[in-house]
Design a protein around this ligand. Structure first.
Ligand code: 3Y8
Ligand code: NAP
Length: 245
C-alpha cells in the first residue's frame, strides 16, 4: 500500500499536497520548523528535523513510507542529500520536485556569484541601500560590509537583532506581487538587491521590479544537488506516483 512523504517548504510542495489530498492518497507533509507558523497543509503534517539520515531512515520504517517526494527549496541541499541516502538504504522510491533556475533576460543587470561569501565580497564599494532578500539564516556574513544600509526581508520578527550595524527589518512572507515589490524598492530607496536563484513564481516579482527600475542584482547561484530523479511539474509527480497504485 502506497504511503507518501512530502518534504515541503515551497509553493510547489503546497500545490502537490493539494493534488495528493484530492486524490485521497495516504501521505504525510513535513516542514523543518524554520518559521513560527508555517502554512497549513491539507495532509497530516510533522514539523522538525528527522535527526540526520539515521533519523529519516527510522521515520521511513516507523511510518511505512513507500515513496518520498523531495519538494524542498533548491538551496535545501542537506535535506536533499539525506533523502537520496536514506531512500537508497531503505529501498524507498524517491523523486525531487524542483523548479528551473531563473535566467537573466534583456534589461536585467545580474552579477552571478557562487555563494553567500562571494555575495558579501561583491558588495565591496561605497555605501548603498541594499535589499537582502535571502531570509534570516545567513545575514551575519554581511557584517563584513558594514558601510551599507541593509533592508532585510524576514518571515518572522527576529528574536534577537541581526548582527548588522545599520538595517531595517521588513517582516513579510511570499509569494510576493509585482506591485508590492515595486512599492518596497521605491519606498526603501533600494539601490541593489541580493537574492538566491530560487526559481519559481513565489519570489520572482522582485526581479521584474528590479529590471523595471534599472536596479542591479547580486544573484547567488544554487548549491550542487545529488544526482536523483527530478520532476518539474505537479503532473509529472502525480503520473510517477500513478505507476505505483
Ligand atoms: C519554513 C513555510 C507556500 C511556500 C512559500 C517558494 C516561495 C514564498 C520566496 C524574498 C525571498 C527565502 C525564504 C522564500 C520564499 C516561498 C515559499 C519562499 C525566500 C516559507 C516556509 C518556510 C520557509 C523557510 C524560509 C527560510 C528562508 C527562505 C524566506 C511556509 C515561508 C529567503 C528563500 O526565518 C527563517 O529561518 C527562514 C528560513 C529557509 C531562507 C533563509 O535562509 O532564511 N524560506 N519559507 C519551511 C520549513 O520549516 O520547512 O510557511 O510556507 C515558504 C516559502 N518561502 O507554500 O506558499 O516556493 O520558494 N523563503 C529564497 O528563495 O531566497 C524569500 O524575500 O524575496
Ligand atoms: P537544509 O539546510 O537542506 O536542511 C537542514 C536540516 O533541516 C536537514 O538536514 C533536516 O534536519 C531539516 N530539514 C530541512 N527540510 C526539512 C523538511 N522539509 N522536513 C523536515 N526536516 C527538514 O534546509 P534549509 O535550507 O534549512 O530549509 C529548511 C526548510 O525551509 C525546507 O523545508 C526548505 O524547503 C524550506 N525553504 C528553504 C529555503 C532556503 O533558502 N534554504 C527557501 C524556502 C524554503 P535533519 O538532518 O535533523 O533531518
Amino acid at each position: 500500500m502506497i504511503k507518501i512523504l512530502i518534504l515541503g517548504g515551497t509553493s510547489e510542495a503546497s500545490a502537490l499536497a493539494d493534488a495528493i489530498a484530492q486524490r485521497g492518497l495516504p501521505a504525510i507533509f513535513s516542514y523543518a520548523g524554520r518559521v513560527n507558523s508555517p502554512k497549513p497543509q491539507p495532509l497530516p503534517t510533522r514539523i522538525g528535523g528527522f535527526g540526520g539520515v539515521s533519523g529519516l531512515v527510522a521515520f521511513l520504517a516507523q511510518e511505512r513510507i513507500t515513496h518520498i517526494v523531495d519538494a524542498t527549496h533548491p538551496f535545501a541541499a542537506q535535506m536533499s542529500a539525506n533523502v537520496v541516502t536514506a531512500a537508497a538504504q531503505c529501498g524507498v522510491k524517491t523523486i525531487a520536485l524542483t523548479r528551473p533556475a531563473w535566467r537573466p533576460v534583456d534589461g536585467d543587470q545580474w552579477q552571478s556569484v557562487a555563494s553567500i561569501d562571494e555575495a558579501v565580497s561583491a558588495l565591496a564599494y561605497p555605501p548603498q541601500r541594499v535589499l537582502l532578500a535571502i531570509g534570516r539564516m545567513h545575514l551575519a556574513a554581511f557584517a563584513a560590509q558594514p558601510q551599507h544600509h541593509y533592508v532585510l526581508r524576514l518571515v518572522d520578527q527576529p528574536t534577537r537583532p541581526p548582527s548588522l550595524a545599520d538595517y531595517t527589518a521588513v517582516i513579510d512572507r511570499g509569494p510576493f506581487t509585482l506591485e508590492g515589490e515595486l512599492a518596497l524598492l521605491e519606498t526603501q530607496c533600494i539601490e541593489r538587491i541580493v537574492c538566491k536563484n530560487s526559481g519559481g513564481e513565489g519570489a520572482a516579482s522582485k526581479l521584474i521590479a528590479a529590471r523595471g527600475l534599472g536596479l542591479p542584482v547580486v544573484m547567488i547561484e544554487r548549491p550542487q544537488q545529488p544526482s536523483r530523479l527530478e520532476a518539474h511539474s505537479i503532473e509529472d509527480v502525480m503520473s510517477w506516483l500513478g505507476g505505483y497504485y
